[in-house]
Design a protein around this ligand. Structure first.
Ligand code: CA
Length: 268
């Protein structure tokens, strides 16, 4: 059999047309510095891998590695998590039991569905007492594509948060492995309301082809029908194995064992 692995992938990023996905979605009802795992109905292609589970963090990022709720961001690549998609990694503050939280939905029909994860009107921890100081953005994963889309409907906390200045606005980063990451900005204000970033995946090398040869193991076949009280009855040679198996207590369920044993070999 031939195994075709996915190629390692890097990302380039560029502004694109703003087209915010309006979803009702499921409210993850996250608390401060928390994470939730969601299961996508289609495989998420990312960085040369394929993933069924997406870990959604309250602090403006998702990953495919595990729960991650660290509020203190750092330049990429980070050693804190192997995979990271960070539209806005910052100390955000969703409010439990309210609509100021993180929502997700799957839209469209196969094979062109989208997984949309939205941080909807979430606050910043530093000015969490002000319900009007919020941001709203989302990440979109596309079925059958490793590309990503960041949409920013509200990229300015404003209100009480305005006093903190732009240094607290950090966003637009993708990391695909501990050794590689692409970021748009770090601790600077680089995006405006109603803007979008499209991350385009590029394979960095041809995908490796792995040839696998599988051989039947005579002893493995014979052991199915051997009495456990017999010391190693199913060693080679093959003919002895076949006789032992036929005489065993489960012989009626054993398949006919050809001699010599065939070597299964598949390719291409
Ligand atoms: Ca937080």
């Amino acid at each position: 059999m031939t195994v075709q692995a996915l190629a390692p992938t890097t990302y380039t990023v560029a502004p694109t047309t703003f087209d915010y996905r309006i979803i009702t979605g499921t409210n993850l009802d996250l608390s401060d510095d928390s994470s939730a795992a969601i299961t996508s109905p289609f495989p998420i292609l990312f960085g040369g891998g394929s993933f069924g589970t997406v870990f959604v963090g309250s602090n403006g990022n998702v990953n495919f590695t595990g729960a991650f709720a660290t509020p203190s961001n750092e330049p990429l690549p980070t050693s804190q998590i192997a995979t990271l998609v960070a539209p806005w990694w910052d100390d955000l503050f969703p409010v439990v039991g309210t609509g100021q939280n993180v929502f997700w939905a799957v839209t469209g029909t196969a094979p062109s569905r989208e997984l949309v994860i939205e941080w909807r009107d979430v606050r910043h921890f530093s000015c969490r007492s002000d319900g009007a100081a919020t941001v709203r953005f989302q990440v979109v994963f596309f079925e059958g594509s490793s590309n990503l889309l960041f949409n920013y409907a509200d990229a300015t906390f404003g209100a009480l948060c305005a006093g903190f200045g732009s240094r607290r606005l950090r966003h637009g980063r993708v990391q695909v492995s501990p050794n590689g990451g692409t970021q748009v900005s770090f601790n600077t204000q680089s995006l405006s309301d109603n803007t979008a970033l499209l991350w385009t995946a590029t394979a960095t090398a041809p995908p490796p082809t792995i040839n696998v040869t599988r051989a039947l193991d005579p002893s493995a076949v014979c052991l199915l029908g051997a009495r456990k009280t017999e010391p190693s009855p199913c060693r080679t040679p093959a003919r002895r194995c076949q006789r032992t198996a036929t005489a065993g207590p489960h012989s009626s369920s054993l398949p006919e064992v050809p001699t010599p044993f065939p070597l299964a070999r598949a390719s291409g």
